[in-house]
Design a protein around this ligand. Structure first.
Ligand code: GUN
Length: 288
């Protein structure tokens, strides 16, 4: 028997609907939530992601303003734009799509965004707020992973959670959120020995590596939950996650669950961004 397929579409639609209700309530108070979306250069994947974010804004009742800059934009020009967006009171959130062209320092750009408008939750101030369990923004993909788990009816408390991948924006904050939910968390990475044995002990596996076939059927315990953050292309150019979906699903069995790619975490990232735009609009109007 195959594992349950976690319904990223249904869960992300629900979160967007909740954001839409909150947007309507804010508008009734004269506040129109607004997101500035900044795209620099011609990266094809980034263009698709940014369009998905703008479409979601429209659906949810969040205004989006687009800033598309050429590939050869100088760092100073982008920093100047961010400064202007920081100072514009009717813009609540600022999203600068990554990666940026080589001549621009991502670190400088992230630091330049007003922490109260940082809907990605990439600013070190907000990362620190997350680490210390304070209220505020949660990073979109990690928060989306947690929502996928909890809204599918699984709890994290007391579970052995194995996170594969330790990137600043994905792996590490996912581990932190699972820890805050009282999970027992193991973080694995490219230098980890015995990855298979560690994963075999996991009740929850979150894979954020970015490589097909990272999680195989022989690595999972029957009844475990697998959340696949990977968004990769296989040898035939087909979109795939980190897990061998069909074989892993079979190995997990009917008590297990797995999130598909596409149709899983990717949709959640956009939904949580909508939620963060609402948080930003509230924060700046002293409603939080
Ligand atoms: N590039 C890939 N994922 C993301 C994301 O969540 N936010 C931003 N700003 N850029 C990205």
């Amino acid at each position: 028997m195959k594992a349950k397929r976690i319904d990223g579409k249904g869960i992300s639609d629900q979160i967007k609907q909740e954001a839409a209700q909150e947007s309507t309530a804010l508008q009734a108070q004269g506040i129109q939530p607004c997101l500035a979306v900044v795209l620099v250069g011609n990266d094809a994947a980034s263009q698709i992601y940014v369009n998905n974010k703008k479409k979601a804004c429209e659906k949810v009742g969040i205004l989006s303003r687009s800033y598309e800059l050429p590939e050869d934009t100088e760092e100073a020009a982008l920093l100047h734009l961010i400064d202007q967006l920081n100072r514009t009171p009717d813009i609540h959130g600022i999203l600068v799509q990554l990666p940026l062209p080589m001549q621009i320092s991502e670190e400088k750009v992230i630091l330049a965004i007003d922490a109260q408008k940082d809907v990605d939750c990439f600013h070190p101030m907000n990362v620190g707020m997350l680490q210390t369990g304070r209220k505020g923004f949660l990073p979109c993909t990690p928060a989306g992973v947690l929502e996928l788990i909890t809204r599918s009816g699984y709890t994290v408390e007391g579970k052995h959670c194995v996170v594969i991948g330790r990137s600043h924006n994905v792996g590490k904050p996912i581990a932190m959120l699972l820890l805050q939910q009282n999970g027992t968390v193991t973080i694995c990475h490219s230098k980890t020995k015995n990855l298979k044995e560690i994963c075999k002990q996991a009740d929850i596996i979150v894979s954020a590596v970015g490589k097909c076939h990272t999680v195989t059927a022989d690595m999972v315990k029957e009844g475990a939950v697998v959340i696949d953050v990977g968004m990769n292309r296989d040898d035939n150019g087909k979109l795939c996650g980190d897990a061998d979906f069909d074989a892993v699903s079979e190995a997990l069995g009917e008590q297990g669950a797995i999130s598909p790619v596409p149709g899983g975490v990717g949709l959640m990232t956009v939904a949580m961004l909508m939620h963060n735009c609402i948080v930003a609009a509230k924060l700046q109007n002293n409603l939080l």
